[in-house]
Write a protein that binds this ligand. Sequence first.
Ligand code: FES
Length: 284
Amino acid sequence: MTVVEQTQGAPRPTPVRIGGARGGPPLSTVLRKDNWRLQPTLTALGLLGFIGYSVWAALRNGDFYAGNVGRDYLSPLYSPCLTHSCTTAGYVWGGWSWWRVSPAWLILAFPGAFRTTCYYYRKAYYRSFWLSPPGCAVPDAGSTGTGRRSRYTGETRFPLLLQNLHRYTWYFAVVFAGILTWDAIASFRFTNGVGVAVGTLLFVVNAIFIWAYTLGCHACRHLCGGNLKRMSEAPVRHWFWKNISSQLNAHHQLFAWCSLFSIIATDLYTYLVASGAIHDPRLF
Ligand code: FES
């Protein structure tokens, strides 16, 4: 066993075992002096808030399309709208009459799978909900009294094995990003012609954030720059990897949150406009 002693800035030296079992020292001897609980707490609150809002929006099963007030706004939580209930809204993507509950449930599964298996969100919920570990240099909540977890299998067994599907969910995410782009274009359409309103801006910003999040995905980055012996063999892929995917990937966490908030904002705004609770000011 190698023992290193922290001698600077601590009243008493704390032995740290290098190469020890996963989990580190017991919580009572965490060396971090900052408020390391803050970030996982805020993350947990943010994710719970989004989940709660999405469930409420899906159960709402109404006012997800603002065609009744002359706007071509379709909530991103209901897009593409595939069921019979959407045909009255003017959108006829599928017209499925056999689907009896909210059409949002059909949609949420795909972006839900993409986000749940995202590398950033994995870190977020492993830290915030499972406390495994809650932060760098902080032991797992499941650690034993000595700060060690007795068994660790990572993502090699069910259900965490499913995290490996992330690269495939990315293809669905690209399709959904394309559909939301179409919705953003449709938001320029009014009953009396083409224009721009506050809602139009929201839809456009939402589509931009969705693309920024999707193209900055680690799977996308690998798709562009991976499996190449020499980048010079694939100049287009190299350009995309270097200038788009890697640039966006550096801010993946930021876009993960921005796109979450933009989805909520766009859905809420559509709901408020469609239900007549607010007026959507036309800018030009
Ligand atoms: S790693 Fe986050 S979306 Fe793929």
